[in-house]
Design a protein around this ligand. Structure first.
Ligand SMILES: Nc1nc2c(c(=O)[nH]1)N[C@H]1C(S)=C(S)[C@@H](COP(=O)(O)OP(=O)(O)OC[C@H]3O[C@@H](n4cnc5c(=O)[nH]c(N)nc54)[C@H](O)[C@@H]3O)O[C@H]1N2
Ligand SMILES: Nc1nc2c(c(=O)[nH]1)N[C@H]1C(S)=C(S)[C@@H](COP(=O)(O)OP(=O)(O)OC[C@H]3O[C@@H](n4cnc5c(=O)[nH]c(N)nc54)[C@H](O)[C@@H]3O)O[C@H]1N2
Ligand code: SF4
Ligand SMILES: [Mo]
Length: 712
């Protein structure tokens, strides 16, 4: 049996796997590939069971529509569904202007789909109102990377470079659960004598493998980073020649760091001074080290500055731009990297171009065959877009591809209300997700093993996704849906449903941009095991390590950006005395729409839970396994108690994979970072009580988006 070599549908590691048809009625057989460096023959439980998602019992195989609000969703023909969408889009545009129709995308979409979705919004709908769930994901790391290096790239080089590091500091990431085969690369570091430092309020499966674990109070990482830099300065560990030769702006950062003496930082973060010193000593002990961030450091109302403070530390130690060394962010979704390069972001055109840049507009408009003046300007960011839906002056219709915001958006109840207020909600998905169940029209689309395209993994390596089976009857690809709708809307230009043709156009549209894919072809990807962007021409080798010769800033120097600690947007108080942080578990993926339907995964993690420390549990009279009611200023949720000393006694943790009663995002604070517009998923203030006890009524919305400014 030969099988089809492709990659996992889920996270940014994009583990290689081969899919083999195991005969009629049997699911595709999944075999890990050992020729893909990211996973080298490994897979996590989600990857192993990924083929089961293709044949779940409630897989969507016909379009659904409801006749009116409140009426049930019923199967209809593709023509009925697409006519209804096109008719409503034209009607709403006629009545309210092009911004009346909005689009929301996802970081799981292939490059081809992300590109086509952005083009569809700007050319077919002529709307500025498009954004995507990546805004909830690594947007703060992207903003900080752009600010410091002039370019936003997940890792600064191939994952296999990590092995040679003297130390890796991982801030707010739990790859033992979120990218299990990645742990192999961290194990290589330790086997070769390097050290692993983990910064996480919880003693996670990742932290248990670390040489040193720092456990800050959630939301205090900025003070921690400044404090580590203070120690590096005090102990003469700053690489002054590197700072002089390759960076700008250090003096302002030095001045800020001076005020973060170790005892003050211990007071703010709860991390003991000897641990702070040990962390700096480990990170500075060799030439080659990495500072890596993930969502724990990024999903904050000051996430851009938080990541920036860790970049400052890496720069002061002379790490970025050296081989086998640097700063990196662990991107999250399958195409988390490529999905943020080709124009589904509110302010962006393909090739990581700015939609406000006249030259970028002219270049892309030429490729699209339209007048640059017809392209809209920047639109609203994800949360701002979702909460504008159905308001006066907000969009009246939304077309959503590749996200399930009813579960995954912050303050989700408010978002759910806005979705319900739309004239028309269209959701394209493979399964009836919680958001699809609210829709007026649901479009059943093909999924990963049924389609081809490209994905860009956390290394910046562009990979091929290959079709292994035909989609079920009745199902169309996202590209086919967009092409058909563009035709019904009378859109100018070319609208192909063939990924190879769309990729050719993407190459031209990205040419000359920061994320330049012009020299990448499907053939090269297959022959070379992936190609790293930027790759401006077919004879260019691709760029695995973009910063070796200089940074992508105008003067080639990396920029230091000073930032002061401010604390979380919402601090604990008498009414809400416990921090809540949220994140992931191994066996569930994101909103759970896919993984909750896979038997082995649902058995491994059947439902919502809240981790709390034994001392806190005892104080509150909550037993392990009992139902806990968790209340924040936004709402309440009920989940099963997991009493564990892996969490701090001032902090509870909930995964966000479940809808309904146990939805973590009923609680989260949508305070947005001023630069990235990333919401503060990682800290809010809550009250916990046994679920049996009558809680006080939940207060109405009360301006919690303002910063409390409480000094810690
Ligand atoms: N199993 C599984 N794997 C996944 C996903 C999934 O849903 N399930 N999703 C994929 C996606 S899209 C993403 S973005 C990645 C996310 O991957 P990660 O970033 O590794 O995942 P999270 O669990 O969101 O957060 C990581 C850690 O941040 C810690 N943390 C919370 N608050 C703070 C804080 O204030 N400071 C610090 N330093 N740490 C804090 C949490 O305790 C948690 O252990 O995972 C990808 N892989
Ligand atoms: N509290 C809290 N909330 C969070 C986070 C957190 O840490 N804490 N993390 C945030 C992060 S990092 C992320 S990335 C978001 C993710 O949250 P979501 O955006 O909700 O991500 P998914 O659950 O992956 O949703 C993808 C949906 O699209 C479908 N889908 C997948 N691929 C395709 C495709 O190719 N085409 C179409 N048409 N449909 C597709 C899936 O079946 C699923 O229903 O959640 C964010 N929300
Ligand atoms: S680590 Fe990510 S890419 Fe690899 S098998 Fe698991 S979910 Fe799939
Ligand atoms: Mo993410």
């Amino acid at each position: 049996m030969t099988g089809t070599p492709t990659h996992c549908p889920y996270c940014a590691l994009q583990c290689g796997m081969t899919l083999t048809d195991a005969g009629p009625g049997a699911p595709l057989a999944v075999v890990p590939r050992d020729d893909v460096p990211a996973n080298r023959g490994g897979l996590c439980q989600k990857g192993w069971t990924s083929a089961e998602a293709l044949t779940v019992p409630d897989r969507l195989t016909a379009p659904l529509a409801r006749e009116a609000k409140g009426a049930p969703l019923r199967p209809c023909t593709w023509d009925e569904a697409l006519d209804r969408i096109a008719e409503a889009a034209l009607r709403l545009r006629g009545a309210h202007g092009p911004d009346a129709v909005a689009v929301f995308g996802g970081g799981g979409l292939t490059n081809e789909k992300a590109y086509q979705l952005g083009k569809f919004a700007r050319v077919a709908l002529r709307t500025s109102q498009i954004d995507y769930n990546g805004r909830f994901c690594m947007s703060s790391a992207a903003a900080a990377g752009n600010r410091a290096f002039g370019m936003d790239r997940g890792l600064p080089g191939p994952v296999t470079d990590l092995a040679r590091a003297d130390a890796v500091m991982l801030v707010g990431g739990n790859p033992a659960e979120t990218m299990p085969p990645f742990m192999r690369h961290l194990a290589d570091v330790r086997e070769r004598g390097g050290a692993l430092v983990v910064v996480d309020p919880r003693r996670t499966a990742t932290a248990r493998q670390a040489d040193l674990h720092l456990r800050p109070v959630p939301g205090t990482d900025l003070a921690l980073a400044n404090g580590l830099l203070h120690i590096a300065l005090a102990e003469g560990l700053v690489d002054e020649p590197y700072v002089a030769a390759r960076t700008s702006g250090f003096e302002a950062v030095r001045t800020v760091a001076n005020a973060y003496w170790p005892e003050r930082v211990e007071r703010i973060t709860g991390v003991p001074v000897p641990h702070l010193r040990e962390a700096v000593r480990l990170l500075a002990r060799g030439e080659r080290s990495y500072v890596l961030t993930a969502r724990g450091a990024e999903q904050h109302a000051r996430g851009t500055d938080m990541v920036g403070a860790f970049i400052n530390l890496a720069l002061a130690l002379g790490l970025p731009g050296r081989p086998g060394s640097g700063y990196g962010c662990l991107t999250g979704q399958g195409n988390g990297q490529g999905g943020r390069e080709h124009g589904q972001k509110a302010d962006q055109l393909p090739g990581y171009r700015s939609i406000s840049d006249p030259r970028a507009r002219e270049h892309v408009a030429r490729v699209w065959g339209v007048d640059p003046g017809s392209l809209p300007g920047p639109g609203r960011s994800a949360y701002e877009l979702l909460t504008a839906l159905g308001t006066d002056g907000g969009p009246k219709a939304l077309l959503l591809f590749g996200s399930n915001p009813v579960v995954s958006a912050p303050r989700a109840a408010a978002v759910e209300e806005r979705l319900a207020a739309l004239d028309l909600l269209v959701v394209a998905d493979f399964v009836p997700s919680e958001t699809a169940l609210l829709a007026d029209v649901v479009l059943p689309t093909a999924q990963w093993a049924e389609e081809s395209g490209t994905m860009t993994n956390l290394e910046g390596r562009v990979l091929r996704r290959r079709r292994a089976v035909a989609p079920p009857d009745g199902v169309r690809t996202d590209l086919a849906v967009l092409a058909d709708l563009a035709g019904r809307l009378g859109a100018p230009g070319k609208w192909s449903d063939d990924p190879a043709e769309v990729f050719e156009e993407l190459r031209a549209a990205s040419a000359g941009g920061l994320a330049d894919y012009a020299g990448i072809t499907y053939e090269r990807i297959e022959a070379e095991g992936g190609v790293f962007w930027p790759c401006p021409s077919e004879d260019h080798p691709g760029t695995p390590r973009p910063f070796l010769d200089g940074f992508a800033t105008p003067d080639g120097r990396a920029r230091f950006v000073p930032a002061e600690h401010g604390g979380p947007a919402e601090d604990v108080d008498g009414g809400y005395p416990v921090y809540l942080t949220t994140g992931r578990v191994l066996a569930q993926y994101q909103s759970g729409a896919q993984t909750r339907r896979v038997r082995a995964l649902a058995e491994a993690e059947p439902g919502p839970f809240v981790e709390l420390h034994p001392d806190l549990a005892e104080r509150l009279g909550i037993a392990d396994g009992a139902d806990v009611r968790v209340t924040s200023r936004r709402g309440a949720a009920t989940a099963r108690a997991r009493v564990t000393d892996a969490v701090r006694d001032d902090t509870a943790f909930m995964p966000f994979h479940w809808p309904g009663e146990g939805r973590a995002n009923s609680l989260t604070n949508p305070a947005l970072d001023p630069v990235s517009r990333m919401p503060e998923f990682k800290v809010c203030a809550v009250r916990l009580e046994p679920a049996a006890a009558e809680g006080e009524p939940v207060p109405e919305g009360d301006g919690t988006e303002e910063r409390s400014g409480t000094a810690r």
